[in-house]
Ligand binder design. Structure first.
Ligand SMILES: [Fe+2]
Length: 200
C-alpha cells in the first residue's frame, strides 16, 4: 500500500510565500486522495503495490491496460506531490553543480527563471512545470498536463511546480505570476542539486 510520506517541516514553514492553510489542505486532502485512489486501483494487483512509485510510473506502458489511466492520474499525483514537498524550503542558495549547469544551459539564473516561469504559465488548465534531465542527459524545461510525471517519458525531474489551482488559489487567487514569483523564493536548491547529482 502506498502511504503519505512524512512532511519534514511545519505547514507554516514557507510563509509568507506559500501559506499554511494551502499547505495543510494540499498535503492532507489532495495528496492523500491521490494515494487512496491509487491504492484502490491496485487492489487486485497487490504485487504492483510493492514497487517504489517512481518504478511504477517508469513502467506505466507495460502495466495491465485496465489500470493504466488510474496509475497515470493517481500514481502520477502521488509521485508529483511526494516530489513537491521536498522541492520547497526557504533560504537555500542557488549553488552547487546544478547552478553551473543551469548557467551553462540557459545563460544565467535570471534567464532560467524567466524561461521556467514562461513555460509554467503556459500550462493550460491543470498541470506542472518542470526542470528535467532528459534522456540525452541535457537540462530541459518542460510542462506536463494533469498529473503526468516526467518519469513516464523516461526523463528525470529535478525541479517541479504545481500549476493546479489547489496549489495557489487560496493565497494568490488567479494571479499565477505572483505565485511563480513566490515559488522562486522557496525553491530548495539543495534538493534540486541532490536530484541532479543522482540523475547524472
Ligand atoms: Fe497539487
Amino acid at each position: 500500500m502506498y502511504t503519505l510520506p512524512k512532511l519534514e517541516y511545519s505547514y507554516d514553514s514557507l510563509e509568507p510565500f506559500i501559506d499554511a492553510a494551502t499547505m495543510e489542505i494540499h498535503y492532507t486532502k489532495h495528496h492523500q486522495a491521490y494515494i487512496d485512489k491509487l491504492n484502490a486501483a491496485l487492489e487486485s494487483h497487490p504485487k504492483l503495490q510493492d514497487l517504489p512509485i517512481e518504478d511504477l510510473l517508469r513502467k506505466l506502458n507495460t502495466l495491465p491496460k485496465e489500470i493504466q489511466t488510474q496509475v497515470k492520474n493517481h500514481g502520477g499525483g502521488h509521485a508529483n506531490h511526494s516530489f513537491w514537498w521536498l522541492n520547497l524550503k526557504k533560504n537555500t542558495k542557488f549553488d552547487g553543480e546544478i547552478s553551473k549547469e543551469i548557467k551553462k544551459k540557459f545563460g544565467s539564473y535570471d534567464k532560467f527563471k524567466e524561461e521556467f516561469i514562461k513555460t509554467a504559465l503556459s500550462v493550460f488548465g491543470s498541470g506542472w512545470g518542470w526542470l528535467i534531465l532528459n534522456k540525452d542527459n541535457n537540462l530541459e524545461i518542460i510542462k506536463t498536463p494533469n498529473q503526468d510525471s516526467p518519469l513516464m517519458e523516461g526523463n528525470v525531474p529535478l525541479l517541479g511546480v504545481d500549476m493546479w489551482e489547489h496549489s495557489f488559489y487560496l493565497k494568490h487567487g488567479p494571479n499565477k505570476t505572483a505565485y511563480m514569483e513566490d515559488f522562486f523564493k522557496v525553491i530548495n536548491w539543495e534538493n534540486v542539486n541532490k536530484n541532479f547529482e543522482k540523475a547524472k
